[in-house]
Design a protein. Structure first.
Length: 332
């Protein structure tokens, strides 16, 4: 699934026409108190702005699922690969052993067959920045009265948001699962000319272009790599504390367009693998796993691996010996 499966910032079918949608009339709730029981609806986070939130399961820590660039929360709950014979997807799988929540960032969307999946959250002016996304998530968790501590499980660009959240609110985050995540450190891992070429390759695919979703508002838009310096500064000021961290990397290479800014599949994959391996050095005893049968969307291609990675991180938060006495991640 992907318009531009180059470095994995876009994980859904963005090459299709943006669908026209009718806005939801579902009323938002203030302080819904969704600590227990199933919840799905809009939460008023203040200033007349509401976000769609879905929570299931019971227990602590609470797992917060952060989707990739322009991806709605549906990617965590619906089987978009084999909808006629759905598997247990990440949201339901995690709900079996702890509390888990997913939400729609404004402007996310996808078209899957005849179905249009458009953000159920209120639209907001684009483009945006990673700090704005982090502050919005924090406001949502506070407004919904979702108790911490949190394990953040994040895909693609969501991984950048999750790491920035952990540095901005270090007292709230006790575990991380990074699913083929984008990292600001990629800029340092590539030669400068190759990094600029990779930026151009993604920008050619529309990553930086604000587009309207008819009947909704603007599509989610962040400049490619534009927040690298902000994240570096935040991480330097508040480094990631020792905690259970699982890093999953894709195993199936990204298909490249004919004009790929001089990249070959082999050279690009080497850079991407190095970036994922680098994320596994952020804390001691992080676990690294390659999803050999997955493309970028590991949570859709092999949801059982993501569920297991989250399960192990949650177990490690509850009992540190369960994490630090093991050396591998994500056996199924």
């Amino acid at each position: 699934m992907g318009l531009l499966p180059i470095i994995g910032l876009i994980s859904l079918l963005l090459s299709l026409p943006i669908p026209a949608v009718a806005q939801s009339a579902t009323p938002a709730v203030s302080a819904p108190g969704v600590a227990n029981g199933d919840f799905a609806g809009l939460v008023d986070i203040g200033s007349g702005h509401s976000l769609y939130l879905e929570c299931r399961g019971r227990g602590s820590p609470t797992v917060i699922l952060e989707a990739g660039y322009r991806s709605p929360a549906t990617v965590w709950s619906d089987d978009l690969v084999q909808p006629d014979d759905p598997r247990t997807m990440v949201l339901a799988g995690v709900a079996a052993f702890t509390r888990v929540c997913a939400y729609d960032r404004p402007g996310t969307y996808a078209s899957i067959g005849e179905d249009d999946l458009v953000s159920r959250s209120d639209p907001i002016a684009q483009p945006r920045t990673a700090p704005e996304v982090v502050e919005e998530l924090h406001a949502l968790l506070q407004a919904a009265e979702i108790p911490g501590p949190y394990v953040l499980a994040a895909h693609s660009l969501g991984g950048l948001f999750a790491r920035l959240y952990a540095s901005t609110y270090p007292g709230e985050v006790v575990g991380l699962v990074l699913v083929d995540a984008f990292s600001e450190r990629l800029e340092d891992l590539l030669p400068p000319d190759r990094y600029e070429a990779l930026k151009r390759l993604n920008q050619e695919g529309g990553t930086d272009t604000v587009m309207p979703i008819p009947g909704y508002g603007d599509v989610e838009t962040l400049g490619w790599g534009a927040d690298n310096a902000v994240v570096r500064e935040a991480v330097a000021a508040s480094p990631l504390a020792p905690m259970p961290l699982a890093v999953l990397a894709h195993g199936r290479p990204f298909p490249l367009p004919e004009e790929a800014q001089g990249f070959t599949s082999e050279s690009l994959e080497a850079f991407l693998r190095a970036a994922n391996e680098d994320l596994a050095t952020l804390v001691p005893s992080a676990r690294f796993f390659v999803a050999v049968d997955s493309g970028h969307d590991i949570h859709q291609d092999q949801p059982e691996l993501v569920i297991e990675a989250i399960r192990q991180v949650v177990a490690g938060v509850r009992n540190p010996d369960a994490w630090y006495n093991l050396t591998s991640c994500c056996a199924t």
